[in-house]
Design a protein around this ligand. Structure first.
Ligand code: ADP
Ligand code: ASP
Ligand code: MG
Length: 417
């Protein structure tokens, strides 16, 4: 007998019929003798609808009250799924985040889980119940409802699996695993049987929304066995996220490609070229709570230089305001903005031992006439900022250039150009 935490995303519970299918799948696991804890998202489109409703009332809603509103989406699904389980003859009980007591900090709309009281869940499981928990939500010390950021149900599932020391955490979604690139953009993308935590963390942080990044961090930290699978297909092993790298000599240099459309670029022109200036520009931006992603300082001329950096599109206005406020200190700043940027990244632990990945990436983009505006690297990834209109083309040509559609070792020169 195993203890399994299963999470079903929005599309998987998107209609009463699909909730019925989930109930049958869960009943099947229980019938095999397993204890099952189910985490569900809101029905597809529901979280967006609730955020839209809030924005009709207030453009910039109070975060505490916004959490009260958006957390209702998941509360509907837990009740409906329990009813469907009862109809299938399975004992089931629902819990909101605050009923479990998933304790979080008070950072509304992006709260972090601090502690989970798993005793009531264990007791229910011992009594033969399936336990159904609302994803994406918790409660803070003061009893206020909090939410964990978009895609946060993944993190609820992994955190519960860690707290319960579950045998496996299964993330059921609308694709049958983690692919070499988003299969919606690259039809030739290939499903990976395994991927390392390190690579999955990079992919998630660089834009692959198949798993919320915090869920991957949690799984790595607490050694949760994590698997991504399809809620629609029967059978299939999905993708296992593992600690070990494959010892296979044929393992590819690049494992996947991620992208993010949500980038905006700011260029500060004619910045005095002297020590401390980057801090004076980026300091106020950080103080305004805006995360800066890529940074480039151009070659100086006449004791002046240009500094460009990217922020997420939603933060562009805040970043510009912060720079305006800093004007007095640094002198007259001319700021140019471009809100139609995108970032494409290639990721792979094999990069450590294979030089030449950057050259292949830059050559491939150059041959397509795609201008690289910024570059950032880590040991296992290379990211470039490009114009958004070239994004899909860039992802597809890079996928081909790195031979990602081929099974490693099966094709000629796969991945080793
Ligand atoms: P859920 O509602 O089940 O949480 P999400 O929409 O959050 O589902 O995540 C699944 C989606 O992630 C897929 O439909 C796919 O378009 C997208 N995706 C992005 N990158 C990848 C990737 N590398 N592999 C698989 N899916 C990806
Ligand atoms: N319903 C939330 C969202 O749409 C959480 C989730 O689905 O994981 O972001
Ligand atoms: Mg998701």
């Amino acid at each position: 007998m195993a203890l399994i935490v299963q999470k079903y995303g929005g599309t998987s519970v998107g209609s009463p019929e699909r909730i019925g299918n989930v109930a049958r799948r869960v009943a099947g696991f229980q019938a095999q003798g397993h204890q099952v804890v189910v985490v569900v998202s809101a029905m597809s489109g529901e979280t967006n609808r609730l955020i839209g409703l809030a924005r009709e009332i207030a453009m910039d809603p109070d975060p505490r009250e916004l959490d009260v509103v958006v957390a209702t989406g998941e509360q509907v699904t837990i009740g409906l799924l329990c009813m469907a389980l009862h109809a299938a003859g399975v004992k089931a009980r629902s819990y909101t985040g605050s009923q479990v007591r998933i304790l979080t900090d008070s950072a509304h709309t992006k709260a972090r889980i601090l502690n989970i009281d798993e005793a009531p869940i264990r007791a229910d499981l011992e009594r033969g119940n399936v336990v159904v928990v609302a994803g994406f939500q918790g409660v803070d010390e003061r009893g206020s409802i909090t939410t964990l950021g978009r895609g946060g149900s993944d993190t609820t599932a992994v955190a519960l699996a860690a707290a319960l020391r579950a045998d496996e955490c299964q993330i059921y979604t609308d694709v049958d695993g983690v692919y070499t690139a988003d299969p919606r953009i690259v039809p030739q993308a290939r499903k990976l049987d395994r991927i390392t935590f390190e690579e999955m963390l990079e992919l998630a942080s660089l834009g692959s929304k198949v798993l919320q990044i915090r869920s991957v961090e949690f799984a790595g930290k607490y050694k949760v066995r994590l698997r991504v699978l399809s809620s629609f297909a029967q059978g299939g092993e999905g993708t296992l996220i593992t600690v070990e790298e494959t010892q296979n000599m044929e393992r590819p240099v690049i494992s996947g490609i991620a992208f993010n459309r949500d980038e905006a670029k700011l260029t500060v022109l004619g910045v005095p070229d002297r020590p401390g200036v980057a801090y004076r520009i980026l300091g106020p931006v950080a103080e305004a709570n805006v995360d800066v992603d890529m940074i480039v300082q151009n070659a100086g001329h006449d004791a002046a230089t240009d500094l460009s950096f990217t922020v997420s599109r939603g933060d562009l206005g805040k970043a510009v305001k912060a720079l305006e406020a800093a004007r007095g200190e640094i002198g007259d700043l001319v700021v140019e903005t471009d809100s139609s940027m995108a970032k494409v990244s290639v990721v792979g632990v094999g990069m450590r031992s294979h030089p030449g990945v950057a050259a292949t990436m830059f050559r491939t983009l150059g041959e397509e006439g795609i201008n690289i505006q910024m570059i950032a690297t880590s040991e296992i990834r290379i990211s470039v900022a490009i114009e958004e209109k070239y994004l899909e083309l860039a992802v597809r040509v890079l996928h081909q250039a790195f031979g990602l559609e081929q099974i490693p070792g099966a094709g000629e020169g796969a991945n080793h150009r």
